[in-house]
Design a protein around this ligand. Structure first.
Ligand code: FHN
Length: 546
């Protein structure tokens, strides 16, 4: 559902003709005009992390406006496809006739303590002849995905790209002899999809000196100096990844993983020096050495309130494994995946949903089907996802359980799946999971509350809606709790606002033609327009705030 002011939020045409005003709508419109205000050029500010590091990440030398511009595509994207693909796909979750239960497929070497020499032998038979980069990217595109992140090297140390730095790679060590990353870079470039490379910089179970979590090394061949491993494999390979695909404008990001203590600030700093030569390449918060990176990476869960003011991306499996396991059929339903995507967008994050191609180069059909179904929904309702900011209704959509605990022993967040809202300037999108009887409340302390005052006077500190790092802090500290519980109630075929302080001032109208239900999916999205009676007072208020 879209709560929509059909016009420029600052002009409000048709106000008088309808005889209606909307405190609620005013708040929407004013708020959204603030969130996309042109950032003023500001002097470069240093983040707190910078001082502790030998090498300053390039983004920390930029102005907030430059930082925003650098990550703009990523914030706009909201939906990405993760691909875990490597030699482990050949084992497909089974080693020596034993199924790997309770662990993802790409961890099989570690969990089954496979000797380095035995694991390396897998390369001799790895021949993904059905791999077709154009098809993968076309499928991703049809799924509504705006970027792909693929494992260039996972913890097993096998490079899925052409590497002069280390011969344990797909071109030199397999009968396939081709570089799939090159093919993907070309296809992504052609089809307008951004491409990121996952690189396991810390764990490497086949290179001497590489780290091994969960029990450490199990084979003498793994012993060695971590620093030497970084110098002889990680840095040279990162340089290859950063330089060899520039003709295709790739990569757009590097996705690091599982940092350990071994990654000292000094070693990480050497890596940052390499990354700094590619100022537009984003990188996540998993490099190690205390570096923050560009975005947070909650894994397999959606944080209850997101990370206000920060860039973040939930990565998640589509079944229970990242790397292909032939017997993992525990697929999440399309409804669940869609709800996750919408939930994440409503909290200002990205969804990086994983697929695990098999050893022939095929993305399993159940995974393709789900991805494509999401794409079908996005084709109709993508406005509610791409380029949005968190919605103004900030119900917490759930509660912390008094009995259940999460993995860390904290009370578990139990979401309520009724609806979620996202926003753009002048527009609120509400995706309804339950129909009828969903209730929208604007009564709590979230993002909306900072700008909401029941009497109609709004406070619009622009920085609160600026989605940059610098803005996050002030957003939190400025929040106020409104005193009235205005509500929007969706009834069977109407939508009414119950706003104690402003009941006479708002009416939402549903466009009859605009109910958009995607076939079998329970998720639906409808357009609602909001009519205005009087121009709000917020521009003056906004000035004062400046
Ligand atoms: O150990 C990896 C795992 O195999 C997978 O790559 C995920 C994806 O985020 N990251 C690590 C676990 O956090």
């Amino acid at each position: 559902m879209t709560l929509k002011n059909d016009s420029n939020p600052r002009t409000f045409p048709g106000l008088a003709s309808r005889g209606l005003a909307a405190l609620l709508a005013v708040v929407f419109a004013a708020t959204f005009s603030g969130c996309h205000s042109t950032p003023k050029t500001q002097p470069a500010t240093k983040t707190s992390s910078t001082a502790q590091h030998p090498v300053e990440p390039i983004k920390d030398t930029m102005t907030p406006a430059q930082r925003d511009a650098r990550i703009a595509w990523w914030r706009q994207a909201r939906f990405g496809m993760f691909i875990h693909w490597g030699l482990y796909a050949e084992l497909a979750g089974t080693w020596n006739g034993k199924r790997l239960e309770n662990h993802p497929g790409e961890w099989i070497m570690n969990r089954d303590r496979i000797p380095v020499a035995d694991y390396k032998k897998l390369a001799a038979t790895f021949d993904p002849t059905k791999f077709n980069a154009d098809q993968w990217v076309a499928m991703a595109k049809a799924s509504g995905v705006k970027y792909i992140v693929i494992t260039a090297k996972h913890h097993d140390g096998f490079a899925m790209f052409n590497s002069a730095a280390n011969k344990f790679n797909i071109v030199d060590a397999t009968p396939f002899k081709r570089d799939p990353l090159k093919a993907l870079a070309i296809a992504c470039h052609k089809q307008g999809i951004k491409l990121g490379f996952y690189y396991s910089q810390d764990q490497d179970w086949t290179a001497p000196g590489g780290a091994a979590l969960r029990g450490g090394h199990w084979d003498k061949a793994q012993d060695g100096s971590f620093a030497e491993y970084v110098h002889t494999k990680v840095i040279p390979q990162l340089k290859e990844l950063l330089n060899n695909y520039q003709g295709e404008d790739a990569p757009d990001e590097i996705w690091f993983d599982t940092p350990t203590k071994d990654m000292t600030p000094e070693l990480a700093g050497e890596i940052v020096a390499v990354l700094n030569k590619h100022p537009n390449v984003l990188w996540n918060n998993r490099l190690g050495g205390g570096y923050q990176g560009d975005f947070e990476t909650p894994e397999q869960h959606i944080p209850a309130q997101g990370y206000p003011g920060k860039n973040w991306e939930t990565c998640m499996t589509i079944n229970t494994t990242w790397g292909y396991k032939s017997f993992d059929t525990d697929f999440k339903s399309t409804e669940t995946l869609l709800q996750n995507l919408i939930d994440i967008a409503s909290k200002g994050g990205n969804y990086l949903l994983n697929v695990g191609p098999d050893a022939t180069g095929v993305i399993p059909k159940p995974e393709r089907d789900r991805m494509l179904a999401i794409g079908k929904w996005l084709k109709v309702n993508g406005d509610a996802i791409y380029g949005t900011q968190p919605g103004p209704f900030t119900d917490q959509h759930g509660a912390y359980s008094t009995t259940k605990k999460d993995r860390k022993g904290n009370p578990r967040w139990v979401p309520v799946w009724d609806w979620r809202a996202t926003a753009k300037p002048g527009t609120v999108y509400v995706s309804i999971f339950e129909w009828p009887h969903a209730t929208f409340s604007q009564s709590n302390q979230g993002i909306y509350a900072g700008r909401y005052k029941p009497q109609g006077a709004q406070v619009f500190p622009k920085r609160e809606w600026h989605h940059g790092e610098a803005a996050g802090q002030s957003a939190r500290s400025n929040r106020q709790r409104p005193s009235a519980a205005d509500r929007i109630v969706i009834d069977k075929d109407s939508l009414a606002v119950h706003a104690p302080q402003s009941a006479q001032q708002v009416q939402l109208q549903r466009h009859d033609h605009a109910v958009r239900v995607l076939e079998e999916h329970i998720v639906l999205s409808i357009d609602i327009s909001i009519d205005y009676l009087a121009e709000p007072t917020h521009p003056a208020t906004e000035k004062k705030e400046d």
